[in-house]
Design a protein around this ligand. Structure first.
Ligand code: BES
Ligand code: ZN
Length: 600
């Protein structure tokens, strides 16, 4: 039930170029009602033109400002199809009483709900006044007051300068519960206690990151738990990270997501990439800091397991990627489709590179270096080359002989994973590997004393090491013992269902379809759709599930699923794997030749 936002955006302008008489803003699917400039306390109409819509960029709004007014105001309305907003009917929420709306602006969707200069190279402060029906609470990436009265009239101020992709708003039946003096959870009433229990370590995470990288500069740090249709795991909107409910699994095993979004308060929100081409400056640094937080709070056992899972996934993905997109960054002057910019390469190869530097220079040198880097470039947008120049002066040249220029060049601009990459050896995953191998050889499941204490990560590694397909009887045996079908853990679901579908284990179909109808987080459901569309009956099931799920999906998720269905080249029927002992095609994923050496 999409709605619209109507209002006016007022820009306080500092005209730096003495020749400029135009204000150019990004928009997409906005209706512009009027444009005015202020002079001597009065608003006068300004001439403007809205260009034809470009499929990627939307429509350029060009405003003629001959008098270079210090204030310009644009009256506008959003479209019900705004790419950066999702509108949910009450039935699509947990509580089913009130409608819900939220924004997702990264990378270039802010322009679909506010006309603005939609590039991370421009930063601004903002204030906002929002009016809604009185029973709905509104929050923004700003100074949300935990004690705000729900009355349909809300005001916000964001005194720190932010780039447009961090502009955010949400509205719904939202209540607040504190975690510490400066952090807490906003969620629907029925979710808030569960969320506080899961995310209770948030204050410790903030304190840990401050001890490593300097003060948290954004005052409050709150979490907003979204409905399950939220298309991402999390989004680092300043002061108010947006969080998928799928990480609330009851044992805190998936809270590295909170560490990740919090870490962006330094890497990304404070020091920002100048374009998505330098995505690793945000996501690679953040994945590295995330791992440091996890290590400090939950121990090296857990942080090592997380690195191993991410790197095994990276290893599988990178070998199917064109060489150019295997690089962290492209050399200045090289053309690259920005679509490929944020893959596992930005996140996990990026974090790996920083871990490599940490290892070469030692934490006693590398930690203060990063802290000074965050300070030095605070509230600025930079490129890979700016980082490298800074690192040369403040790290490489200060401690000569630790890394060679060739090694840095290979890490940043080369394909694959350099041989100098530090290896992670997780003992706990060694046990998981033995358990899996033992079972595959003997069909004897590991003793319960082994598997009983396993946390999510161990189960993920158990499944990640399985072959492409398994005999149906084997899947039935695993399912009977571990109840994977119907799991409430989305990370397990995104691994189990594709394996079951590829193997023709039809018992899981219904639960897989129910899962993709309940959850809209792309990372969790796309592997299931991708597995389904490989066969005719699977494609039929995918289409049926999608038809039912579609009204509840975010536009981003809808777009991804539509593409997988449209590009499908299904085979007639599932190939049910026979049960031979040593079929070559059954080689475990971790035995596949990969450009990344498998971890455990
Ligand atoms: N900033 C990203 C989400 C994002 C990236 C949105 C690119 C749009 C374009 C966020 O911080 C993120 O990385 N989320 C991850 C979780 C993380 C733990 C890897 C996600 O949503 O899966
Ligand atoms: Zn991120």
């Amino acid at each position: 039930m999409p709605g619209t936002i109507a209002g006016a955006a007022t820009y306080a302008l500092e005209w730096k170029d003495p020749a400029a008489t135009r204000l150019v803003l990004d928009t997409r699917d906005l209706t512009i009602d009027k444009v005015e400039g202020e002079a001597n306390g009065a608003w006068q109409p300004l001439q403007y033109a809205l260009s034809d819509k470009d499929a990627t960029l939307g429509s350029k709004l060009t405003i003629e400002v001959p008098d270079r007014n210090a204030k310009v105001r644009v009256g506008y309305r959003t479209s019900p199809d705004a790419s950066g907003l999702q509108w949910l009917t009450p039935e699509m929420t947990e509580g089913k009483q009130l409608p819900f709306m939220f924004s997702q602006s990264q990378q270039i969707h802010a322009r679909s709900w506010v006309p603005l200069q939609d590039t991370p190279q421009v930063r601004y402060t903002y204030s906002a006044r929002v009016t809604t029906r009185p029973d709905v609470m509104v929050l923004m990436s700003a100074d949300n007051d935990p004690a705000a009265v729900r009355d349909g009239e809300y005001t916000f101020t964001m005194p720190q300068r932010i780039p447009s992709y961090l502009m955010a708003i949400a509205a719904g039946d939202l209540v607040f519960k504190p975690i510490s003096g400066r952090s807490g959870v906003w969620a629907e009433p029925s979710m808030v206690d569960k969320a506080v229990a899961e995310f209770i370590d948030t204050e410790k995470m903030i304190a840990t990151t401050e001890a490593l990288y300097g003060p948290y500069r954004w005052e409050r740090y709150d979490l907003l738990v979204l409905p399950p249709s939220f298309p991402y795991g999390g989004m680092e909107n300043p002061r108010l990270s947006f969080i998928t409910p799928t990480v609330i699994v009851g044992d805190k095993s998936l809270v590295s997501l909170i560490a990740h979004e919090l870490a962006h308060s330094w890497s990304g929100n404070l020091v920002t990439f100048s374009s998505a081409k330098h995505g690793w400056l945000n996501e690679g640094f953040t994945s590295y800091v995330e791992n440091r937080i996890v290590e400090a709070l939950y121990g090296k056992d857990v942080s090592d397991m997380e690195y191993a899972i991410a790197r095994n996934t990276l290893g599988r993905e990178i070998k199917d990627m064109p060489e150019a997109t295997q690089a962290l960054a492209v050399k200045p002057g090289t053309e690259l489709d920005a679509d490929g910019a944020l893959s596992a390469v930005s996140y996990d190869k990026g974090a790996w590179f920083l871990q490599f530097l940490e290892e070469r220079f030692g934490r006693e040198t590398f930690d203060p270096f990063l802290r000074e880097y965050f300070d030095h470039f605070a509230f600025q947008s930079i490129t890979t080359e700016t980082f490298l120049a800074y690192a040369k002066t403040h790290l490489f040249d200060k401690h000569p002989g630790k890394v060679s220029d060739a090694e840095i060049q290979e890490w940043v601009y080369g394909p694959g994973i350099p041989a100098s990459a530090p290896q992670v050896l997780s003992q706990r995953f060694g046990i998981v590997d033995s358990a899996r191998l033992g079972w595959r050889g003997s069909k004897q499941l590991p003793p319960v004393v082994i598997t009983q204490p396993w946390i999510t990560q161990e189960w993920l590694h158990f499944l990640d090491g399985m072959p492409e397909t398994l005999p149906v009887a084997d899947l039935a045996q695993l399912d009977a013992a571990y109840h994977f079908t119907g799991t409430a853990n989305g990370e397990i679901a995104m691994r189990w269902y594709p394996l079951a579908i590829r193997s023709g284990y039809a018992e899981a179909n219904e639960a897989a379809a129910a899962f993709v109808q309940r959850i809209g987080r792309r990372k969790l459901i796309m592997p299931i759709y991708t597995a389904l569309v490989q066969t005719e009956p699977g494609l039929a099931l995918a289409k049926e599930a999608f038809e039912k799920a579609r009204p509840g999906y975010h536009p981003i998720t809808t777009g991804s699923v539509e593409k997988v269905i449209a590009d499908a080249k299904p085979k007639p029927a599932p190939v049910v794997a026979p049960a031979p002992a040593d079929d070559e095609s059954e080689a475990p994923a971790s035995d596949e030749p990969a450009s990344v050496p498998p971890t455990n």
